[in-house]
Design a protein around this ligand. Structure first.
Ligand SMILES: *Cc1c(COP(=O)(O)O)cnc(C)c1O
Length: 472
């Protein structure tokens, strides 16, 4: 069969860019375009420390396509405009969120991923990448200490990983068509669990939130009492969700005692480790993570601390075959799997990109030493800031075992903490330091996430000095 002629436009190939890469030979116009795009990006990354993490409103390029497609020059100029208005996670003062600078290996992997345009829906649409995902999930589960045969699937974000975990848990508990099931978690658990219940057709009351102790962790006694009460009432339990790294202060629920209770009552244990599970990759995993290996399922978000470009989330399971039991529908328009299973049968998403590529390449580039240094650096910065702020006796500090720290002056009521945190956030931003302002236990706090490897001690000292001089 004769193939169609390559898409051609007249004129100088260095000025005119075909919309698709020439399959018959390397296209110099494409090479030039990608070089220039990567130069733009390197320029943007390389000037990150100028300005502030959060730019003001910027001019935007036109939205709609013009009649005749734009030249590479204009495309790049448009891109530049969008970049100028972008949030800048590489700024050393970007401390507000769980959004670190991107790993450079991740940038290359994203480019290659886009170029390959494979699809994790089915093996024949992603032969090598499906295997890579399976292999890496298995390896990560092994690093965490999950049993042999453990593995999982990538998902576009922790919200989806948590949702899939609860759907699987419900299926496993035989409650797929039962509207009475409940999920237990702590008061500080992530709101994505509420979203999951909505999608699962369960009322918000199906999420039973247990109080946290002074350290922000679930109390096993309260969990035990609640599980007993539910058992007496004959109320079915879908899962217990323990959080390894709460969103405001990075607290870790007591995983071992919670795993004991789940074992005793026969309940599924899901650990939402979107923030904290990556610390299991450290040379000496945090003692707070003891018991993580006993979870039935774990959400891991390498996008949140390791710098894997968004999105990068995984759901790991002790027995990954439960994914198929929950999500397989058959893929009648696909060749049968040649042994490992189709991605689209192992999760909620159908078509999805090979997000695993950037995680794999990023970890390979970091090496164990690089991973250790990222994790250790984040903890060291949190400890340093804690040390600096704890000198000030007027502040209440809220932290956990990870790299997050929230604080607020003692004794303020809700309106006063709101006013203090607003004023303080503005003052800090004027100095290039961006913190977030979460509402926690009825009061606004300022929160620093110390996952940015560009943040130096002097930034933290500056931050502490500004906080000290701005008391209510
Ligand atoms: C961020 C976060 C999530 C949700 O992850 P997304 O990738 O934002 O969807 C879930 N749980 C915890 C504890 C989180 O911090």
């Amino acid at each position: 069969m004769a193939s169609a002629p390559p898409f051609q436009r007249q004129a100088d190939p260095l000025i005119t860019l075909s919309p698709f890469a020439d399959p018959h030979g390397v296209d110099p116009a494409l090479q030039d375009f990608l070089h220039r795009a990567s130069s733009l990006l390197c320029g943007w990354l390389g000037s990150s420390s100028k300005g502030t993490p959060l730019p003001g409103l910027s001019a935007m390029p036109a939205i709609e396509p013009e009649r005749v497609g734009l030249s590479p020059d204009r495309l790049l100029a448009d891109l530049q405009m969008v970049m100028e208005g972008a949030y800048n996670p590489s700024h050393p003062g970007a401390l507000a969120h769980l959004d670190p600078p991107p790993l450079v290996a991740g940038l290359a992997a994203e480019l290659i991923c886009a170029g390959l345009n494979n699809n994790l829906l089915a093996e024949e649409l992603s032969p090598s990448l499906s295997r890579l995902e399976r292999g890496l999930c298995g390896w990560l589960a092994g690093q965490i200490g999950m049993p042999a045969g453990a593995g999982g699937v990538a998902a576009s974000g922790g919200t989806l990983s948590n949702l899939m975990a609860l759907v699987v848990a419900r299926q496993r508990a035989g409650l797929a068509t039962n509207g009475d099931g409940v999920v237990l978690c702590s008061d500080d658990a992530h709101l994505s669990l509420l979203k999951a219940l909505t999608v699962m057709g369960l009322p918000p009351q199906a999420l039973i939130r247990l109080p946290v102790d002074f350290e922000g962790s679930m109390e096993p006694m309260a969990l035990e009492e609640t599980l007993q009460a539910l058992a007496h009432q004959g109320r079915p339990v879908i899962a217990v969700v323990a959080t390894a790294g709460t969103t405001v202060r990075g607290a870790v629920d007591p995983l071992g005692p919670i795993a004991d209770l789940c074992q005793r009552f026969g309940h599924w244990l899901h650990v939402d480790g979107a923030i904290g599970a990556v610390f299991a990759l450290a040379d000496h995993p945090l003692s707070a993570l003891e018991g993580l290996d006993r979870a039935d399922s774990i959400t891991v978000n390498p996008q949140k601390l390791l710098g894997i470009p968004k999105t990068s989330s995984l759901l790991l399971l002790a027995d990954p075959s439960v994914l198929k039991a929950s999500f397989a529908t058959g893929l009648p328009y696909m060749e049968p799997s040649w042994g490992f299973g189709h991605g689209g049968e192992e999760g909620l998403q159908g078509t999805r990109p090979a997000e695993i590529l950037k995680l794999w390449l990023g970890l390979r580039h970091l090496g164990q030493a690089g991973i250790e240094s990222l994790l250790g650096g984040a903890l060291a910065r949190r400890r340093r800031l804690q040390e600096l702020l704890s000198v000030d006796e007027r502040l209440v500090l809220r932290s956990g075992s990870l790299h997050l720290l929230a604080f607020a002056p003692a004794g303020l009521d809700a309106p006063a903490s709101d006013a203090w945190s607003r004023r303080m956030r503005e003052r800090l931003l004027a100095e290039g330091l961006l913190l977030s302002r979460p509402l926690y236990q009825g009061r606004h706090h300022l929160k620093a996430v110390l996952g940015n490897p560009h943040t130096r001690s002097q930034h933290l000292e500056h931050l502490a000095a500004l906080v000290a001089e701005q008391h209510p």
